[in-house]
Design a protein around this ligand. Structure first.
Ligand code: B16
Ligand code: MG
Length: 216
C-alpha cells in the first residue's frame, strides 16, 4: 500500500493526441526542405522538445542549417501547429482523461501537468481542462528535456509533495525514464513492449482507477 498524494500527467499521448498535428506541421516543413519524413519517423519526436525534433528531421535529410535558420524553421513549424491546435475542442480529450482527473481531485489527490510542450496552456484551454490541474509545468518552465526529471520535480515542488508521493503518467520512453530518475512511480500509457520500465502499462486513462493507483 503506497501513499500517493499527487498525479503528474504528460499532455501529448496521455490527455490528448496532438502528435497528429505535430506530424502535419513537421511534414509540411520537411516537404519544403525536400526531406523525406514519414509517420514512422514521427514516432521519434514524441515527448521530444521542438528544437531537438527539428534537429532529428534535419539529420534524417542530412541537411545542415545555422542556428538562426533553425530558429526560423522551428518558428514556422510552430505557427502552423498553433493554427491547428487553436481549432481543438473538448471532443479531442482522450478516453477517461477528464474522468480520472476528476476522480483524483475528488479523492484529495493533487494534479499537475508535466509536458515538454510550450503550447500546453493553449491546448488545455481549448479542450476545457485547465481547471482540473493544480499546477502546470511545461516547456516554458524547464531548461532540461526529458529524460531529465526537471519537469516532474518542478511539478512535485509546486504541489508541495515529495517525489516518492507522486505518480507520473507518460506515453514516451524518455518520460518514463525521467519519472524513474526523479524517484517517482510511473504508469506507462501505450504498449508494454515499449514502456516496460514503467511500474505498470495501460492502454489509456480509461483503464485507470484509484484502486490501481493505491496498489502501485
Ligand atoms: P511544442 P508532451 C511534447 O509533448 C510532444 O510529444 C512532442 O512531440 C513535442 O515536440 C513537444 O511536446 C514540444 O512541443 O512544440 O508545442 O513546444 O508529450 O511532453 O506533452
Ligand atoms: Mg507525451
Amino acid at each position: 500500500m503506497s501513499t500517493i498524494k499527487a498525479c503528474i500527467f504528460d499532455l501529448d499521448g496521455v490527455i490528448v493526441d496532438t502528435a497528429v498535428y505535430h506530424y502535419k506541421a513537421w511534414k509540411r516543413l520537411a516537404d519544403e526542405l525536400g526531406i523525406n519524413f514519414t509517420e514512422h519517423d514521427n514516432e521519434r519526436l514524441k515527448g521530444v522538445s521542438r528544437v531537438r525534433s527539428l534537429e532529428i528531421i534535419l539529420e534524417l535529410g542530412h541537411v545542415t542549417k545555422t542556428p538562426e535558420e533553425q530558429q526560423e524553421l522551428a518558428t514556422r513549424k510552430n505557427d502552423w501547429y498553433v493554427e491547428m491546435i487553436n481549432r481543438m475542442t473538448p471532443a479531442e480529450i482522450l478516453p477517461g482523461a477528464k474522468e480520472f482527473l476528476e476522480t483524483c481531485r475528488a479523492a484529495g489527490i493533487k494534479t499537475a501537468l508535466g509536458s515538454a510542450s510550450k503550447n500546453s496552456s493553449t491546448i488545455l484551454n481549448k479542450i476545457g481542462l485547465s481547471h482540473l490541474f493544480d499546477t502546470i509545468v511545461d516547456g516554458n518552465h524547464v531548461s532540461k528535456a526529458k529524460p531529465d526529471p526537471e519537469v516532474f520535480l518542478k511539478g512535485a515542488e509546486a504541489l508541495g509533495v515529495i517525489p516518492a508521493e507522486c505518480v507520473v503518467f507518460e506515453d514516451a520512453i524518455a518520460g518514463v525514464e525521467a519519472a524513474i530518475i526523479g524517484g517517482m512511480k510511473v504508469v506507462g500509457i501505450g504498449l508494454p513492449e515499449v514502456l516496460g520500465e514503467a511500474n505498470i502499462v495501460i492502454s489509456g486513462l480509461d483503464k485507470m482507477s484509484l484502486e490501481i493507483l493505491r496498489e502501485l
